[in-house]
Design a binder for this molecule. Structure first.
Ligand SMILES: *Cc1c(COP(=O)(O)O)cnc(C)c1O
Length: 367
């Protein structure tokens, strides 16, 4: 039988067939070299950089969820920069989101520009330029931190008609929220550091594709440049994946309640949550996404007021990153994001909604 419930899929993703006496998820295999067959040489595993069984199991699991062959990397940035460097050449042009993850823009303005690669920055909500003459279009939807969304299917069709490749940063939704390969993208790139693993204890990245040529190029790229995750991090990530459906369900439900609370307060401005029917992202998100991430954007007017809000809250941790079990909030302007000084990205955790509402209400009142 094929089981397609999300909860079932994440619990079983990438697990080996049952073997009596063996664990459900085998523990991490720590090895740089492995024993070789003295005569035949490499029969199974040879060396840890190209090849590790713990990492392979994690890649199989993520691959089942994304619907594509998957390579794991040491971080999201390692996966994204690998994708850019392995696909573009001097003289090429890439389109990147102007409102997406800031370190990708910084990489384009530094290393990519030095290599002779041109970058066109495009807001996720559009308008999009002609993709004629572009090598690669990177989309990020919902964009972090502004939460605008774009139509992956329509933009992939337009990019392909112009001969460009399309990669989608799927960090914020995770493969349970959105499957870009099914919507026409050539590649998924993502950070597994956020909701995918969700316990704020692992840095991880991955890419997924069904294009054999791209996969071969990127597999060679990773083996040659070496940005792999270690066995323990790979195992932690695989173990955490089993609760992804439960975690996202609670985060998303909490965010829906909190977004209503924030939208109803006169002292909170510009509330963004793609699950609110009044949100500009709502129509495309409702059509394209399988669930809405637990992330909310809003503006408290000044850095000082954000500071008072975070000091007064007992449940919201001041922290960058997002998608974890604990509710966290980040004033993005402190990192150089092009956001208002009082803009907050709130990531709802898996606490009880009533407690979050009580705590946020008291903290906003105090601020
Ligand atoms: C965090 C993040 C990245 C980078 O991932 P790391 O694991 O921190 O390297 C890339 N894209 C998005 C959308 C992110 O949120």
């Amino acid at each position: 039988m094929t089981f397609d419930g999300d909860g079932t899929r994440v619990v079983h993703a990438g697990l080996p067939d049952p073997v009596p006496g063996a664990p459900f998820l085998p523990g991490p295999v720590f090895a740089a070299p492995y024993h070789l067959d003295p005569v035949a040489g490499q029969v199974v595993n040879g060396y840890g950089r190209p090849d590790n069984p713990t990492r392979r199991a994690l890649e199989a699991a993520i691959g089942e969820l994304e619907g594509g062959r998957t390579l794991a990397f040491a971080s999201g940035q390692a996966a994204i920069t690998a994708t850019l460097l392995a696909t573009v050449r001097a003289g090429d042009t890439v389109a990147l989101p102007s409102d997406g993850y800031y370190a990708v823009r910084a990489f384009a303005a530094g290393a990519l520009r030095d290599l002779g690669v041109n970058t066109v920055l495009v807001p996720t909500a559009g308008p999009y330029p002609s993709f004629e003459g572009m090598r690669l279009v990177l989309l990020e939807t919902p964009a972090n931190p502004g939460l605008d969304v774009c139509d992956i299917r329509a933009l992939s069709a337009a990019a392909h008609a112009a001969g460009a490749l399309v990669a989608v940063d799927n960090t914020t939704p995770t493969p349970l929220g959105q499957r870009p390969l099914e919507l026409g993208a050539d590649l998924v790139v993502a950070s597994g550091t956020k909701a995918l693993t969700g316990h704020s204890d692992v840095l991880l990245g991955y890419l997924a594709t069904n294009d054999e040529d791209l996969l071969a190029r990127l597999t060679a790229w990773r083996a040659q440049t070496g940005g792999i995750p270690g066995a323990f991090d790979s195992w932690l990530a695989h173990r955490s994946l089993a609760t992804l459906d439960l975690r996202l369900a609670r985060q998303s439900a909490n965010a829906a309640v909190v977004a209503e609370l924030l939208a109803g307060r006169p002292d909170v401005r510009h509330v963004r949550f793609p699950g609110l029917p009044a949100d500009p992202s709502y129509p495309v998100a409702a059509a394209q996404m399988r669930r809405i991430p637990g992330i909310i954007g809003f503006d408290l007017g000044s850095a000082e007021r954000v500071g008072r809000f975070l000091s007064a809250s007992e449940l919201v941790f001041a922290a960058t990153s997002f998608g974890g079990l604990h509710t966290t909030a980040d004033r993005r302007a402190q990192w150089g994001d092009d956001t208002a000084p009082g803009f907050v990205r709130l990531s709802c955790g898996i606490e009880d909604a009533a407690d979050l509402v009580a705590d946020l209400t008291a903290a906003l009142d105090a601020a």
